[in-house]
Design a protein around this ligand. Structure first.
Ligand code: 5AD
Ligand code: SF4
Length: 480
C-alpha cells in the first residue's frame, strides 16, 4: 500500500496504552482521508467473522477501530478493507478461509487499493502463516489473537509498507482497556471477562492459540457494563473459555459467583448470560447464586464432550460421567426450569461403540434443550492428534447421525413443553423473512417470532407461546 506519501508524526509516539493506539488512529485517519480524496468517495470495510462468541466480540472491536479511522461499514466483501477474523477449532474452519481468499483476490484485481487482512485463532498457527506467505502474497496484514488491541497501529503499518505486514505474538499477559467498540446490537453485548484457557483438553487447539488464562479486573468489567447499560444495553453475555475459573489469578482473587453478584446489582441491566462453563469448575456457590438471581438467564451451556469416563480421561476433561450427572442433578434441583445445552464430540481417537453408548446414555438422562454435535477434528500440535487409533470416518459418521437424531428428538420434546406459556421475550430484530413479525429470545435462549414492529427492538415484552415449531415458537404479545 506504499503509494501514499508518508505522514510525518507531529508528536512523539506515546508508549502507554491505550494512548498509543489513539495516536495511531489519528494517523490512520489521515491516510484514509487521502485515499478518499483520491477515489472521490468514502472508503468501506467488511469484517467477516468465523467461529465463536469471543470472535464475534473481537470483531466488534475491529469494527470500532475501522469506524474511528473513517471507514464506513458495508456487508459485501467488495470493500476497501476486508478482514477475516478466523477460527481454527476444527479443520473445516481453516479450509473455509483458504477458499474465500481466492475470491478476495479476484476483488482485489478490480480494486488494487483494497486491503485484505486476516486475524484470529488460525493466524496463531505457524504452518498457516507459512502457507499464506508462500501462496497468498496479496494479503496485506496478518495478526493474531494477542495483539488485536494494536489494530490501529497495524493499519498504519499496512498503509506505510509495500510488504505483507505480519505481527503474531506467542502469548501475552496484557489486557488493554478502553478502546472503541462498535456493537452489532444496541441493546445487548458480549463482555470479555477473561481471555485464554489453561485446561489443555487433549483434542483442543484453543490453549495454543488463545494463550494462558487472564482475567480482567472486576472493577474494569463492572465499569464497562455500567457504560453499556447507560448506552442502552439490557442484556450482557459474559465471555470466557472457562468462566468458572474466573478470577483465580487476579492479585486479589475473586470467584465467578462473586463477580456475578456484583454485576446483578447494576441498575438497568435486565439479563445476564455467560459462556462457557467447564463442568469441573462449576461450584456450588455459583449454583446458589443462580438460584437466587433475578437477572441470570435460565440457561446453562455445559459442554459434555463425551459420556464415557474412559474417553473423558483421555480427553483430559477431569470429570467422570457420574460427576457430570451429579452436577446436572444439583443444578436442576436448585433451578428446575433451567435450559441445559451442551457440546459433544463424536469419534475421539479410540472411541468404541460402548463409549459412544455412554454418551447416548448421558444425552437421554440429561435431556438437553439443545446440543452442538461435532465430528472429532484432528488438530496438529494437540496430544490427541498423536493417537494411533483414529476412528474410521464411516463409523464416526454413523454414530454422529444417531446422536444428532436423538438430540433433536429430545430438544423438540423439551421445546413442546413450553407451548401455551406466557414468558418474557427480549426483542432482537424485525424478522428476516416476514416484516410483520419480530424475533426475540426467551430467558432460556429459545427463539420466538411474533407480530410486532421495530419499535419493540431492545424491549422485554410478555409473549404467549402459541405454537412450538420444533426449535422455535410462534407467539403473540399478551398481558400476563
Ligand atoms: N474436534 C471437534 N470438536 C472440537 N471442539 C474443540 N476442539 C475440537 C476438535 N478438535 C468442540 C468442543 C468445544 C467446542 C467449542 O468445539 O466441543 O466445546
Ligand atoms: Fe478447549 Fe478445553 Fe479450553 Fe474449552 S476448556 S477451550 S475445550 S481446552
Amino acid at each position: 500500500m506504499k503509494e501514499l506519501e508518508k505522514i510525518v508524526p507531529s508528536a512523539e509516539i506515546p508508549v502507554m496504552e491505550p494512548q498509543r493506539q489513539f495516536y495511531f488512529m489519528d494517523i490512520a485517519k489521515q491516510y484514509v482521508a487521502r485515499l478518499e480524496e483520491k477515489k472521490g468517495r468514502k472508503l468501506t470495510f467488511c469484517v467477516n467473522t468465523f467461529g465463536c462468541q469471543m470472535n464475534a466480540r473481537d470483531s466488534e472491536k475491529l469494527c470500532g477501530i475501522l469506524e474511528a479511522v473513517g471507514y464506513v461499514e458495508t456487508d459485501t466483501e467488495e470493500a476497501d478493507f476486508v478482514i477475516y477474523n478466523t477460527c481454527t477449532v476444527r479443520e473445516n474452519a481453516n479450509n473455509k478461509v483458504y477458499g474465500r481468499l481466492g475470491y478476495l483476490q479476484g476483488l482485489k484485481r478490480k480494486n488494487p487499493d483494497m486491503i485484505i487482512a486476516l486475524c484470529g485463532c488460525m493466524m496463531q498457527e505457524e504452518k498457516v502463516v507459512e502457507k499464506l506467505k508462500k501462496s497468498y502474497r496479496y494479503v496485506n496484514l496478518i495478526f493474531g489473537t494477542h495483539n488485536i488491541y494494536k489494530f490501529a497501529e497495524l493499519i498504519v503499518q499496512t498503509f506505510e509498507s509495500d510488504k505483507m505486514v505480519i505481527d503474531i505474538w506467542k502469548d501475552t499477559d496484557k489486557i488493554v482497556e478502553e478502546l472503541p467498540v462498535e456493537r452489532k446490537y444496541r441493546f445487548k453485548s458480549g463482555v470479555n471477562i477473561m481471555f485464554g484457557c489453561n485446561n489443555f483438553c487433549s483434542y483442543c487447539i484453543v490453549p495454543y492459540v488463545r494463550g494462558r488464562e487472564r482475567s480482567r479486573k472486576p472493577q474494569d468489567i463492572i465499569r464497562e457494563i455500567e457504560g453499556l447499560v447507560a448506552d442502552g444495553v439490557v442484556e450482557v453475555m459474559l465471555l470466557g473459555q472457562n468462566v468458572n475459573s474466573y478470577g483465580k489469578n487476579l492479585d486479589v482473587p475473586v470467584t465467578f459467583a462473586e463477580l456475578l453478584q456484583e454485576i446483578e446489582k447494576i441498575d438497568g441491566l435486565e439479563r445476564i448470560r455467560f459462556m462457557t462453563s467447564h463442568p469441573k469448575d462449576l461450584s456450588d456457590e455459583l449454583i446458589e447464586v443462580m438460584k437466587h438471581s433475578k437477572k441470570i438467564c435460565k440457561h446453562l451451556h455445559l459442554p459434555l464432550q463425551s459420556g464415557s469416563s474412559r474417553v473423558l480421561k483421555e480427553m483430559n476433561r477431569r470429570y467422570t460421567k457420574e460427576q457430570y450427572l451429579a452436577l446436572v442433578d444439583r443444578i436442576r434441583a436448585a433451578v428446575p426450569d433451567i435450559a441445559l445445552t451442551t457440546d459433544i464430540i463424536v469419534g475421539f481417537p479410540g472411541e468404541t461403540e460402548e463409549d459412544f453408548e455412554e454418551t447416548m446414555d448421558v444425552v437421554r438422562k440429561v435431556q438437553y434443550d439443545s446440543a452442538f454435535t461435532f465430528i472429532y477434528s484432528k488438530r496438529t500440535g494437540t496430544p490427541a492428534a498423536e493417537k494411533e487409533d483414529q476412528v474410521p470416518e464411516a463409523v464416526v459418521k454413523e454414530r454422529f447421525d444417531r446422536l444428532l437424531a436423538e438430540v433433536q428428538t429430545i430438544a423438540a420434546k423439551k421445546a413442546q413443553a413450553y407451548e401455551g406459556q406466557t414468558l418474557p421475550v427480549l426483542v432482537e430484530e424485525v424478522n428476516e423473512h416476514d416484516k410483520n413479525l419480530v424475533t426475540g429470545r426467551l430467558s432460556n435462549n429459545s427463539v420466538v417470532h411474533f407480530p410486532g414492529d421495530s419499535s419493540l427492538i431492545g424491549k422485554i415484552v410478555d409473549v404467549c407461546l402459541k405454537e412450538c415449531k420444533g426449535f422455535y415458537y410462534m407467539g403473540e404479545q399478551c398481558e400476563k
